[in-house]
Design a protein around this ligand. Sequence first.
Ligand SMILES: NC(=O)c1ccc[n+]([C@@H]2O[C@H](COP(=O)([O-])OP(=O)(O)OC[C@H]3O[C@@H](n4cnc5c(N)ncnc54)[C@H](OP(=O)(O)O)[C@@H]3O)[C@@H](O)[C@H]2O)c1
Length: 262
Amino acid sequence: MDFGIAGRWAVVCASSQGLGRGCAEALAAQGVNLVVNARDEARLAATAQELREAAPGIEVREVAGDVSQPDVRERLLGAAPAVDILVNNAGGPPTGDFREWDEAEWTDALGRNMLAPIELIKATADGMADRGFGRIVNITSSAVKAPIAALGLSNGARSGLTGFVAGIARQPQLAGRNVTINNLLPGRFDTARIAATLEPEAEASGRSLEEVRAEYAAGIPAGRFGTPEEFGAACAFLCSGQAGYITGQNLLIDGGAYPGTF
Ligand SMILES: NC(=O)c1ccc[n+]([C@@H]2O[C@H](COP(=O)([O-])OP(=O)(O)OC[C@H]3O[C@@H](n4cnc5c(N)ncnc54)[C@H](OP(=O)(O)O)[C@@H]3O)[C@@H](O)[C@H]2O)c1
């Protein structure tokens, strides 16, 4: 299916690997020009080169740096002639016990997973509305719908972003001018992040990471973790011309793990 977005420009935050990279690849396959980002410059450069080789017709620009930093966000936005598509993403906060988190840890989590997306939305949404096209996708977590106790920093920061998005996505100045804002909620996906999240559990229980992974996979109705490619495909659809009537939604992609009707 042609998504009708070839030639548009997308800023895809935190996209040198994992889910962000899956989104960048799927958008590139639709002919979308990309600004990609991550902190590790070498890995980002390698990813950008692979994206160029996979989709020779598009332009790929790199901006290295932490998306929670205002100067990095400024460079990200400045790298595209106009931002038509924004994919908000950043690494997730560490797991732990809420009794151990101090204000600095909360400030970090809120900066990366709530305030950075809000600032980028603020900087791009009205321009998108003026041009009559805009797609914003925030990568959040299934933990917004079904909180995970050890991920309290994530549950809190992402729920704040979700509440913010629910309000602004429905503003006629945006929804009425073909600007949509949606959240994608990953369940368990096969990325470096999931391995890092499961490692402490493997260590604590004296099992291998593979055993713990297999146990989690068995508990998902699909019987497996998702792939960044599957995640990216959903993102690209939300960014398509065809998805213009979908806004303010939270799309759970979890292989059926969440047991509720809604
Ligand atoms: N994978 C899952 O199953 C799952 C489930 C629920 C939620 N999530 C959430 O989805 C998001 C993506 O997860 P993932 O699994 O794709 O993680 P990942 O495989 O670890 O990839 C994270 C990517 O983000 C970049 N990054 C991290 N922090 C950044 C920052 N502050 N500024 C700019 N770039 C940054 C990383 O590169 P650098 O390290 O070089 O910066 C890397 O490219 C995370 O917030 C995660 O918590 C993932």
